[in-house]
Design a protein around this ligand. Sequence first.
Ligand SMILES: Cc1ncc(COP(=O)(O)O)c(C=O)c1O
Length: 373
Amino acid sequence: MPDTAANARSVPYVDFPAQYAIEKADIMACVEAVFSKGEFVGSGIIADLEAALADAVGVGHAVALNSGTDALILTMRALDIGPGDEVITPPNSFVASAAAIVATGATPVFADVRADQNIDPTAIEAAITENTRAIMPVHLTGRICDMDAILAIAEKHGIAVIEDAAQSFGSQYRGRSSGSFGVAGCFSAHPLKNLNAAGDAGFVTTNDDKLAARLRLLRNHGLSDRDTVTEWGTVSRLDTLQAAVLLMRLEKVGAVIDARRRNAALYQSLFANSDVFCPLCRAHEFNTFHTFVVQVDRRDELQAFLMEKGIETAVCYPTPLHLQPAAKVLGYKAGDFPVAEEQAGRILSLPVHQFLSEDDTKSVAETILYFHL
Ligand SMILES: Cc1ncc(COP(=O)(O)O)c(C=O)c1O
């Protein structure tokens, strides 16, 4: 092994300038298409994007929204989930999953995760009460949760499944796409996501005609026409400019995912038989690696060591949601979700983006292995 402590190359966690460099003409074409018509809010571009997204996910409808967070909130509102209701979700997600539940007036009920960081169906079943209205599995890192088991539990108890698919556009489980399992799939197209806008963006996928129609009302002030407010809504529309960018990038996202999967496979082979744990891909999974997460002892020391060498990493997320100050009212305590809590101290997201060269990926892996010698 080379003396990587001396030779490590700088590797950024994300590389937006590289994305812009290869897309400059396409981005300018998006600007031209939107500004030349002056249709900044609502247009044929939104409808085109929605049709393309529904097609990509394999569902009847996609509803474009301004963020993944509003995708979650509006979906729950459209399903009349609110005060007195409980929604089961994992404690290791981004804050938006639980915060969206709270925003509807409902209560998040957490269920622990498995070694692969995804919600444990056994823990879901144990958390169900007479107030449970929905299960919100989070397909963390771009790996779909154990949907066979989750759908069976939901059916048995007559409750909805709302997929938090924010991190998993393009992922598959037994040949089915993320966002096509539950009553709705809620996606983020934030700049950090594999399918990324140039700002906040999101969308909901569903086969439910009524749900799609109600989401379209709610995202636009509840207006069923210019002057008729059918119900109180909000402003959660996607900007036309973001829609144009997403439509353009939708054609390229397959190559983005291929590159991330290639980088991930190289990491997995280099970390095999080492102290660096990374959950492998199972035969029925097609994982898209929004993040590539390893689990290690001395995580903070390793992260500082890598930073010294110019290798940027991230921790997604260092404090489980049930232990956040805002969650105090929910009454949880340390020890309630031992797997998520242990992982919070061990997880480290490595650069896995589409602009990494093979040498970059090898250098990151070798520097980590050197640290563990
Ligand atoms: C798991 C998860 N849920 C929800 C969201 C919220 O999406 P947005 O940032 O588009 O509001 C994110 C965004 O990072 C996420 O990772």
